[in-house]
Design a protein around this ligand. Sequence first.
Ligand code: ADP
Ligand code: ASP
Ligand code: MG
Length: 818
Amino acid sequence: MKILKFGGTSVADAQNIKRVINIVKDKSQESRLIVVVSALSGVTDLLLKASKEASEKNEHYKEITKLIEQKHLEAIKDLISVNHQSALLSHVKRIINHLETLLDGCFLLGELSARTSDTIAGFGEILSSYIISEAMKHDAELVVETTFKDSRELIITNSSFGKAAVNFEITNQLIADYFHNEGARVTVMPGFVASSMDGNNTTLGRGGSDYTAAILAAATNASDLEIWTDVNGMYTANPRLVKQAQPIRHISYQEAMELSHFGAKVLYPPTIQPVLHLNIPIWIKNTFEPEAFGTYISNENNLQSNPIKGISHIDKITVITLEGSGIIGVSGFSKRLFEALSNENINVIFITQASSEHSICIGILDVDADKAKVAVDKAFEVEISQLRIDPCTIEKNMCIVALVGENMKNHQGLSGKMFSTLGKNNVNIRAIAQGASERNISVVINEKDVQKALNTLHERFFEDNIKQLNLFVMGVGNVGEKFMEQITNQKKYLRENLKINIRLIGVSNSRKMLFDGDGIPLKDWKNLLSDGETADKDAFIERVKALNLRNSVFVDITANDEISKTYSQYLEKNIAVVTCNKIACASAFDNYKNLKNLSRKYNAPFLFETNVGAGLPIIDTLKRMIASGDKINKIQAVLSGSLNFIFNNFNENTSFHDVVKEAGVQGFTEPDPKIDLSGVDVARKILILIRESGYEMEIDDIENKSFLPQASLDTDNVPDFFTSLTANAQHFNDLYKEALAKESRLKYVAQFENGKASVGLQFIPKGHDFYNLEGKDNIVLFYTDRYVDQPLIIKGAGAGAAVTASGIFADVIRVGNV
Ligand code: ADP
Ligand code: ASP
Ligand code: MG
């Protein structure tokens, strides 16, 4: 005998039921079968909703009943040929009439007892099993004999309505006798429903059809129990929340039990108990992909290399904490606490007590929270009034996350890894428990963090250490586009070689923004963005926070002041900030310092390599020198790729105006070229280097000897600025001639020495390190305690979209390597 159980989605409609019949057809060749079915998908919820509404005198229940009727009639019409339909339709109509009568009763009385609720909840399985058995009987291809048997006649329980306990002695006997005497090849039975000793309808708890199947498997000593559902087995984590989760091929009863108790809904937790001692293996299979291996649950403990089998979670948890000196050393304290809860029928899911015994912390379901608080405070009324214990505190909307694996006991350091992984992602752990079996380590966290926690833990324990970086990119102009191109081209390499999986989750330009929690297809981001929603920087932040993804990185590729003011909001949420925008680091020292502190406090990298010298590794080098104990004494640099380009191309044959224009066209200047030409940009850069060298300085402390005529400095928009360049052509030509006369070249130099900094145009003589600086190159000379006579020199292209983009990219990779 084999038991096959098909869940709600597997029997959702006629089309799916046909799949089920096909599976049954195949399997019935090998063995006798008992086919246990759930209600059509969603019907149990509808029944419970209808009964609640009826008891609240809400007539809407009638519409729900109609909907339920319609679903079943439709299924019959699509499944069964017209000449066989009428008897079945009238049978189903009779059942629906009975349901309506019960609901009308609830409506008229305005009440719903647990007993009535159970009778109503079971209608879904009664209907589905009957229809499916008829469909099988009339299926031309399923030639084997098929019969229907009502589980309520065989499974006998106590009267705990809602989740009744099975009387195995009677039940096993009834089942064994029935199947001994009746020989149909296939017997279809409803899951979930049973009856009490005194003949009332009961149910086995939500999701209980799995249990029905297990009870039948044990009582018939079946060779296999197969749970057919809508996923390829029991996964390493809930596949709806963790996209990278994989089906577990082999798992022990204990592990499967632990995972299901801790929320892996694919298997109703009590299911394993009846088959465990008989060693009946359980298969979890996918009705929609029957050829997939699925999960094999047995008592074989297979020692695979990963000690963790799965990660599961239970949501809607409340943590109750009881604290006070009155707890210490008092025996019988816990007994009173648990008694108070048990008297209210409150199930305790999680317990921890610090060894100081000063407090005890328990996890229960949110729905029981208020009742529990009243009960516990009442139980300790006397101690509370004497101030020896505080009234208990309750924290709702929490969640338990558990790592499960039989072999965890043989490995050290797993809990350390678990906690540090969560800590790094700013997931606050409220309580911790590890069962003595060491098959499970659980933590209580805030519900809003659950997806992030599951995904990071999954990444840490199952994904070969591949780290997912979730990018939110603001600004996709020249540099931004290049950046997108580079990450698209390198994605595969990064995954394979650096174990970094880059995903673009959000992107925005000044007009539009776009989000996709599953990742925006990199090849198509531009089209998708043009159809995106209206851009809004505050809404952008809110979306990033709400997505609450692990390893999130905000990438600022704008030159925008407002955007630079938002960094703290990201860092405080443990979101890394990578920026080529210099404004924040060159703003008031306190602001710069604050951002660095936030970065440290919230463990969120704040990286801005491209603030100085575009893609050149200047800041990174500086950081390493400082970290290894060097001291920066003097900096001399040509830091403006744009000014360098301009002065290298400006000669007697060109006009200063045209060279500046060309620099803009080639993307070497800021959108407002005055920022470059006035020296502000260079001043910001040297300021950042000075600060990164460990000195405190403000932008106004830097002496700025401008080479621009006053008329150009006085302009307040880009067109006027360009006009002023033409009007003052002579001024620039004179500068050029003077350099020629001195046999030197014009270079815009930034300098820092003895605590003083300046920026300005200089005549650089032949032989100087700066003299031969080409095109748009930058050069920095660091004189340090270790580089005394000969400076450490970093030189190379210091402007341009491609190099800037690659500098941003390098920072993103640094975040990945943290
Ligand atoms: P059925 O109606 O077939 O009984 P359920 O909805 O009860 O199906 O259980 C299957 C669902 O369990 C899956 O669709 C999935 O969303 C959820 N689930 C939660 N955790 C896991 C897990 N670890 N592995 C597989 N499925 C899981
Ligand atoms: N139909 C019931 C429920 O939804 C039982 C089951 O599907 O296992 O809870
Ligand atoms: Mg289920």
